[in-house]
Design a protein around this ligand. Structure first.
Ligand code: P1T
Length: 395
């Protein structure tokens, strides 16, 4: 079956007791058992729930994996994957990644003597060099948050497997519609389903998808034993959101490309980061390992942080907020929002400075989005730096 068909049907049979076409919300904490050890496959809702089973099967099929597990948040999913590690183990990760993932590495698992080294995301040889005898996991985010850089999944998978190391890929930005890391050799895919997978900015969720049964059993054990499971209503909303994933992603991408092109020409914009632009350093790799370049665009604004503050207050269609992947367009200021948990010196060395803005391009009409960006960026009321001056200096 093709992706769009799976997105609508995978894991979702009509309800056996009524024929209801939509998977019911099994809003229950427990299941009645007939006798000791005798039940219908469900005992207690932390360990299992039929609505959750439908979502987990659907996500596994979309990523072309055998097993899916869903969690209360993307970070809970990541934490469950990190539970595979023991004190003394070492992680190699990329240097551009979601601030919350960095915080999880440094301030949660780091406390258990699990250390992480960060490699410039596109430096394939750098991942090999960073491996130590105690390295157990390579963790990639590609495209990265917020700079939209890419790592070569296939090449890094080879390196990982030569050293008997697990490769984890956070596929939140691309979604399985545009990129399938397990097909490229990754061992584990993680998602913040809060984002494109659900797509409607109305819940927090996460997922893990993989092929290896033993690793699956370990993460499933953690899901139950540590207990960060999603509620049945959130799971049901996610299933509903997934049904339109393919059409949404096509529109996100079409709008994002139009916006990236518009921003590239804009006098108030220093540089644009979007893997679908030929000027992007990873454009060729994007064409190889992704079937599209997604809906996220970041750009460097020309001006001061005060100017950036002025800009974000002016939006009428975009909203100034954290998160991404919903049908509505958002603008985020990574330095103060999503990446605020990374110390300033480290963040700035990685290119996440105070004048970087990140846009989650929604599926509104692209003309309205461009007009909104244009009015917010070009009104001539900036502090110490005016659009007029800049425009005047252009030939
Ligand atoms: O927010 P949560 O569902 O726990 O997911 C965490 C997470 C994991 N991976 C990536 C790539 C992410 O972008 C996120 C969350 N990111 C944001 C909230 C954001 O605005 O970037």
């Amino acid at each position: 079956m093709k992706f769009a068909t799976k997105a609508i049907h995978a894991g979702q049979e009509p309800d056996p007791s009524t024929g209801a076409i939509m998977t019911p919300i099994y809003q229950t904490s427990t299941y009645v058992q007939t006798g000791i050890g005798e039940h219908k496959g469900y005992e207690y809702a932390r360990s299992g729930n039929p609505t959750r089973t439908a979502l987990e099967s659907c996500l596994a099929e979309l990523e072309n994996g055998k097993y899916g597990l869903s969690f209360a948040s993307g970070l809970a999913a990541e934490n469950a994957v990190l539970s595979l590690l023991n004190p003394g183990d070492h992680i190699v990760s990329c240097d551009d990644l979601y601030g919350g993932t960095y915080r999880l590495f440094e301030r949660i698992v780091g406390r258990y003597n699990i250390t992480t080294d960060y490699v410039q995301v596109g430096d394939t040889a750098g991942y090999a060099k960073a491996i130590r005898p105690n390295t157990k996991m390579i963790w990639l985010e590609t495209p990265t948050n917020p700079l939209l850089r890419l790592a070569d999944i296939q090449a890094v998978a080879q390196i990982a497997h030569q050293h008997n190391i697990l490769l984890v890929v956070d596929n939140t930005f691309a979604t399985p519609y545009f990129q399938q890391p397990l097909e490229l050799g990754a061992d584990i895919v993680v998602h913040s389903t809060t984002k494109y997978i659900n797509g409607h900015s109305d819940l927090i969720g996460g997922a893990v998808i993989l092929n290896d049964e033993q690793v699956y059993e370990k993460i499933k054990f953690h899901q139950n034993a540590a207990g960060a499971v999603p509620g049945p209503f959130d799971v049901w909303l996610t299933l509903r959101g997934i049904k339109t994933l393919a059409v949404r992603m096509r529109q996100h991408q079409q709008n994002a490309l139009a916006i990236a092109r518009f921003l590239s020409e804009h006098p108030r914009v220093e540089s644009v980061y979007y893997p679908g632009l030929a000027s992007h350093p990873d454009y060729v790799l994007a064409k190889q390992q992704m079937s599209g370049s997604g809906g996220m665009v970041s750009f460097q604004f020309k001006g001061t942080i005060d100017d950036v503050d002025t800009v974000v207050r002016r939006f009428k269609v975009f909203s100034f907020a954290e998160s991404l992947g919903g049908v509505e367009s958002l603008v985020c200021h990574p330095a103060s929002m999503t990446h605020g948990s990374i110390p300033k010196e480290i963040r700035e060395a990685r290119g996440v400075n105070d004048t970087l803005l990140r846009v989650s391009v929604g599926i509104e009409d692209a003309e309205d989005l461009i007009a909104d960006l244009d009015q917010a960026l070009t009104q001539d009321i900036f502090t110490g730096y005016t659009a007029q001056k800049e425009l005047a200096s252009k030939p």
